[in-house]
Design a protein around this ligand. Structure first.
Ligand code: PEP
Ligand code: MN
Length: 338
């Protein structure tokens, strides 16, 4: 249920409404927008339906939320969410570029890779310390040691860092070392992991499950927000279909769909969507043209030496050219890429 407050509502009136909802053993989530403050009430709607809420000072109207996802829904928060990481805004006017290798490859290597991303014009560095590999015999990542290498890459370049967390027990240590925690496609419905990242105060990049519907994707984001963490970025990254000529099928069409349904920023991954380096820039342009707030691409100074996903990894020259073209597309869409 949504309680829409009057434009001139006072802090005391908001506190009173929040106390009233809590006294009914329901959970209030206050969203303060530019125009309006809205309180989303989570819990058994029958309890609240009996209450004459419109009679309380400061309340303008009371509405039922029709969507199964409530905190994620644009009904709850009409203004778009902007998530700030070290001065970079995800979901604002500017397009954000995240780039880096699939995996952390060593201390010296990760610093070199972050420098390459910085020099190419990327805003955030990516590299996996914990790697979810299809085969147990493939390289599994450097783990906690890799997190320390990532912290060094940030100290040397100033770029904020995103890395994947696979296990709820690692959320604390990953959050200590990096700026954004990634939940991978295979873990989109690992509900214990979603709840754990919901309890921290760091942004989460939530990848779409490779076989997940948009509703399932948004319900997974709802898990994180329901625990208190509202800093979620949605990441379409291709889905599995009958088509096998590319690693996945580019799901650019979901970008406007998700942006219509939710206030959360959308930052897409064309590398895992296509699976082959030659197609990555075109897929990035499609995502941006569809309204994405940014892209995350796998990039490496020597893709042939990459420890994982080398076939879909672009080199520095391609990254520079891709960013330049994305800037042109951004400007055509009244956005920018600094
Ligand atoms: C990755 O970003 O390296 C990754 C493993 O992504 P996904 O979970 O989308 O496969
Ligand atoms: Mn990868």
């Amino acid at each position: 249920m949504l309680i829409v407050l009057k434009p001139n509502v006072s802090k005391e009136e908001i506190d009173h409404i929040v106390d009233k909802i809590r006294s009914l053993k329901l959970e209030p989530h206050v969203s303060t927008g530019v125009q309006r403050t809205i309180i989303t009430v989570i819990g058994d709607e029958d309890i609240i339906r009996e209450q004459p809420l419109e009679a309380i000072a400061g309340v303008e109207s009371v509405k039922t939320i029709l969507k199964p996802f409530k905190l994620v829904s644009s009904e709850t928060q009409p203004d778009r969410s902007v998530i700030r990481v070290n001065g970079i805004e995800i979901g604002g006017k500017n397009i954000v570029i995240i780039a880096g290798p699939c995996s952390v490859e060593g201390e010296r290597e990760v610093v070199e890779h972050a420098q390459m991303v910085k020099e190419s014009g990327g805003h955030i560095f990516r590299a996996g310390a914990f790697k979810p590999r299809t085969s147990p015999y493939s390289f599994q990542g450097f783990g906690v040691q890799g997190l320390k290498f990532l912290a060094k890459a940030k100290a040397e370049t100033g770029l904020p860092i995103v890395t994947e967390v696979m296990d709820p027990r690692d959320v604390g240590v990953v959050a200590e070392h990096v700026d954004i925690l990634q939940i991978g496609t295979r873990n989109m419905q690992n509900f214990n992991l979603l709840k754990e990242v919901g309890r921290i105060d760091k942004p989460v990049l939530l990848k779409r499950g490779m076989s997940a519907t948009v509703n399932e994707f948004l319900m997974s984001a709802e898990y994180i927000l329901s625990q208190g963490n509202r800093k979620v970025v949605l990441c379409p990254r291709g889905i599995r279909t009958f088509e096998d000529i590319t690693r996945n099928t580019l799901d650019a069409g979901v970008v406007p769909v998700i942006k219509g349904l939710s206030h959360l920023p959308v930052l897409c991954d064309p590398s895992h969507a296509m699976g082959l380096k030659d197609y990555v820039p075109a897929a990035a342009y499609a995502f941006i043209a569809a309204g994405a707030d940014g892209v995350m691409v796998e990039a490496h100074p020597r893709p042939e030496d990459a420890h994982s996903d080398g076939q879909q990894t672009i080199d520095a020259k391609t990254l520079v050219a891709m960013i330049d073209r994305i800037r042109k597309i951004a400007r055509a869409l009244d956005r920018d890429l600094p």
